[in-house]
Ligand binder design. Structure first.
Ligand SMILES: *[C@@H]1O[C@H](CO)[C@@H](O)[C@H](O)[C@H]1NC(C)=O
Ligand SMILES: *[C@@H]1O[C@H](CO)[C@@H](O)[C@H](O)[C@H]1NC(C)=O
Ligand SMILES: *[C@@H]1O[C@H](CO)[C@@H](O)[C@H](O)[C@H]1NC(C)=O
Ligand SMILES: *[C@@H]1O[C@H](CO)[C@@H](O)[C@H](O)[C@H]1NC(C)=O
Ligand SMILES: *[C@@H]1O[C@H](CO)[C@@H](O)[C@H](O)[C@H]1NC(C)=O
Length: 244
């Protein structure tokens, strides 16, 4: 009985301690990923209010368009297809270290693709087709897990991204319909043995098609239309054609 007052004093001091903690500004207690997503939202225009559920008070795993890993609670996917989003992609997404999917096709997003995206080293799917993005595509060749890379139908400029030949896990690669300098199809695309879909239409490409492309046994779709490709179709193509 004599101990009771001591216990309640401890209890009271714990409560006071908790109260003083919770009186810090909310931004200090926001987790890194929530802050990154709210920064991402702040750089976008969202006329359909598809980001309406993105609020400080919610867990990012409750945000629309977000998928989290059920065990770690880390953000693994951001996905908004054809939702009238415009504005730019905030560099803050580089803080999402478990991000595997960034899927924002058919919006009106402009600006550059942030260099910091290479910090999202788990990235498997990057689909930004059908936006208004500009500038040079940053070298993403360190993102070795990429399986889908679709940056087609934008206004990307500069050199054709020859480093894609290092992304050997790629299944689908779309770089077509951009504003590159005149260039050639890199021979190294032949390293992408798992490729099933290759879209390089309207990419200011000239010169010959590297024979290595015709050695890609899994390729089902090859679109090189509206370029200035010259030369003969490699002989090997006939062997591939015969196989079907
Ligand atoms: C986007 O959505 C609009 C309206 O829902 C539709 O008319 C349009 O065809 C869609 N565009 C694409 C590229 O899916
Ligand atoms: C990416 O990671 C590197 C090394 O961890 C760090 O120095 C750099 O600031 C990060 N970049 C961004 C944009 O977060
Ligand atoms: C890409 O591959 C080439 C060889 O095909 C290699 O020389 C180069 O270092 C690689 N780049 C990166 C960033 O790994
Ligand atoms: C291609 O796919 C196979 C089977 O899915 C996989 O084992 C392999 O690691 C992939 N990558 C390359 C470069 O072959
Ligand atoms: C990217 O998204 C668009 C729109 O949903 C889709 O049509 C296209 O097939 C996707 N690209 C790849 C390579 O999956």
């Amino acid at each position: 009985m004599a101990k009771t007052p001591v216990l309640s004093l401890q209890f009271i001091s714990t409560v006071i301690c908790l109260l003083s903690l919770s009186s810090f500004p909310p931004s200090l207690s926001l987790n890194v990923e929530t802050q990154a997503l709210l920064d991402f939202k702040s750089q976008l225009k969202d006329p359909l209010n598809v980001l309406g559920s993105w609020k400080e008070s919610e867990s990012p795993c409750e945000f629309s368009g977000i998928t989290c890993d059920p065990l770690s609670g880390k953000v693994t996917a951001i996905s908004f297809d054809n939702q009238s989003l415009s504005g730019v992609i905030s560099p803050s997404i580089s803080a999402l270290e478990s991000l595997m999917t960034l899927w924002l096709p058919s919006n009106a997003i402009s600006g550059k693709l942030p260099d910091g995206l290479i910090n999202c080293s788990k990235l498997k799917q990057l689909n930004l087709t059908g936006n208004k993005m500009v500038g040079v595509i940053p070298d993403l060749s360190s993102l070795r897990s990429l399986e889908i890379l679709d940056l087609s139908e934008n206004y990307f400029s500069g050199r054709f991204p020859t480093w894609v030949g290092n992304l050997t896990e790629l299944l689908a690669l779309g770089l077509g319909m951009n504003e590159y300098h005149v260039g050639e199809i890199p021979e190294s695309i032949g390293n992408l043995k798992n490729l099933t879909w290759l879209f390089l239409a309207e990419s200011y490409l000239r010169g010959e098609i590297p024979e290595s492309i015709f050695e890609l046994e899994n390729l089902q779709t090859l679109d090189l239309s509206r370029n200035k490709i010259s030369g003969q179709f490699p002989k090997i193509n006939i062997q591939v054609a015969k196989a079907y």
